[in-house]
Design a protein around this ligand. Structure first.
Ligand code: FPP
Length: 247
């Protein structure tokens, strides 16, 4: 179990340093309220700040959010445009002031920025350039696909003259290069799949699925996921110490 400090704040240890989240369920959240899907994305974006704050408060240093996949372009143009605008607004009005006023926080985008609307692409670069390598890093997967990332990394390694592609070489060409692999992958919204997210990096991540819709995924829900994680035995393909002794 994880530690409880005097001030009753739960704090993770180095077993839980990196968390990835598939933020699913915005559309259904809106539908249940008879609202348009875009209202669900607005509620989802609002929830991003409090979720990041909670993770930071409990001692997690890397959070990777799946904001827009390479497949999400298939959605109606109206929804794609609304998402692009929302992400732009969020970066401009919430993220930039945060990075400026809080010395602890930096943002990295994972994915190919070139198909993004120019205004958003420039905003992403501005956000990345504002601060690098701070203690709390939020990776935002935007126009991201796991297969796409692996192919992109392999092609770049070959183009750079690598004759043999080892795991370390490939990792160094990933969008996530330099970030630890997720210890825990959370998916909200009830579906039990990974949807092309961090395929390489999640090889040994613990998976946690919850039916809770993303806009409702609050501190209590985070704590359920964290508690569940601390109940798991991670063996990374090896054996437990106890299992070794009984051999
Ligand atoms: C999935 O819900 C959610 C998305 C495709 C978009 C996620 C985006 C946000 C939470 C907003 C902005 C994010 C940032 C980082 C500022 P869905 O639409 O597939 O929901 P459904 O399965 O209920 O239809």
């Amino acid at each position: 179990m994880f530690q409880k400090k005097k001030d009753k704040l739960f704090v993770t240890d180095d077993r839980l340093d990196s968390v990835a989240v598939i933020m699913d369920g915005n559309g259904r959240w809106a539908k249940r309220r008879m609202l348009p899907r875009t209202a669900g994305h607005v509620a989802g974006a609002k929830n991003v700040v409090s979720v990041l704050e909670t993770f930071r408060k409990i001692g997690v240093h890397h959070v990777t959010l799946y904001a827009f996949s390479t497949e999400n372009w298939k959605r109606p143009q109206e929804e794609v445009d609304a998402l692009m605008n929302l992400i732009y607004q969020y970066l401009d009005t919430v993220v930039i002031p945060r990075i400026r006023d809080d010395g602890q926080f930096s943002v990295v985008f994972l994915g190919d920025k070139s198909p993004l609307p120019e205004k958003l692409r420039e905003k992403c670069i501005e956000v990345e350039e504002m601060a690098k390598g701070r203690p709390f890093i939020c990776n935002v997967a935007l126009n991201y696909g796991g297969r796409d990332e692996i192919l992109h990394a392999a092609n770049r390694a070959v183009a750079d003259g690598h004759k043999e592609i080892t795991a370390d070489v490939l990792s160094s060409y990933m969008y996530t290069s330099g970030s630890p692999d997720p210890d825990l992958l959370i998916r909200t919204g009830g579906d039990l799949r990974i949807s092309n997210f961090l395929l390489w990096q999640c090889a040994y991540s613990e998976l946690y699925f919850t039916p809770t819709l993303w806009p409702d995924f609050d501190e209590g829900e985070i704590m359920k996921a964290v508690n569940d994680f601390y109940g798991r035995k991670r063996r990374f393909g090896g054996l437990d110490k106890e299992e070794e002794q009984t051999e």
